[in-house]
Design a protein around this ligand. Structure first.
Ligand code: DC
Length: 248
């Protein structure tokens, strides 16, 4: 894509937009965020990876995952960094690259548990706000459009039926998965329930988010729709800025 085709270019410094993508597990947020980042020249930041990295540290330390006092102490001694890579973020936990192990089931489960605590969330939200402060990012998670960046320029809430999300996850497990599809769907429903019912910043669509239900869409259709949402929003933002540009 040349500069003229990139709608961000028309915004000048305002091209440092923030795109928030939220939604439940398995909705395809990471893939869509990655594609949007590539298409619009943005940095892709996966906040779920940060909760996963912290959960990994708690597991390694042998901490009870329901002891918020212990978890808070651990958080105070933890440094998590995301580095943008071509395919996915590299996640550095206290300087160690832990990217390859963050998708293990034990870590997935632990991340869902440690992320219910307000003190842990407040710490993560602060880190995420710092990372995205300069704009030019696609940030994906559960509370980006509602809590982390409530004034994000573009908000997409990506959803799909639990059975469809579960089957997508199952298909990603490779040729000889150790689990049955119904176990994957059950696990996903449990995580959904924890994400949606926690008292602090539960998973829900921001009132001004565009809802994108991918249940009956192919990946390419979802990508195309998401790109259209961003392009339309950018055009609206550019129109808002136009009088200032004309005056200059
Ligand atoms: O998106 P993910 O599956 O990698 O997220 C891992 C866990 O972290 C998931 O159980 C929900 C939690 N999470 C969260 O509470 N808030 C976020 N912004 C991102 C993830």
């Amino acid at each position: 894509m040349n500069a003229a085709q990139n709608p961000l270019r028309s915004l000048g410094p305002a091209g440092k937009i923030i795109v928030a993508i939220d939604g439940p597990a398995g909705a395809g947020k990471s893939t869509i965020a990655r594609r949007l980042a590539r298409r619009f020249g943005l940095l892709n930041l996966e906040t779920g990876a940060m909760y996963r990295a912290f959960a990994l540290k708690a597991l390694r330390a042998g901490l009870p995952l329901d002891s918020v006092a212990d978890l808070e102490k651990l958080a105070a001694q933890t440094h998590i960094r995301l580095e943008a890579g071509p395919a996915e973020n590299r996640v550095l936990l206290d300087g160690e690259d832990v990217t390859a192990i963050l998708r293990e089931q034990s870590v997935t489960d632990a991340a869902s548990r440690v992320s219910v605590f307000p003190a842990i969330r407040a710490w993560m939200v602060r880190l995420q706000q710092e990372m995205g402060a300069g704009g030019g990012v696609v940030m994906e998670g559960r509370d980006i459009g509602t809590v982390v960046f409530p004034h994000a320029d573009v908000k997409i809430f990506l959803d799909a039926a639990p059975e469809v999300r579960g089957m997508r996850r199952f298909d990603q497990l490779g040729p000889k998965p150790a689990v049955q599809p119904d176990e994957v769907i059950r696990d996903l429903r449990e995580r959904d329930e924890r994400d949606r019912s926690r008292a602090d910043s539960p998973l829900k669509a921001a009132p001004d988010a565009v809802l994108l239900d991918s249940t009956n869409l192919t990946l390419e259709e979802v990508v195309q729709t998401a790109e259209e949402i961003v392009t339309t929003r950018l055009a609206a933002l550019a129109a808002l800025h136009q009088p200032e540009i004309d005056k200059a």
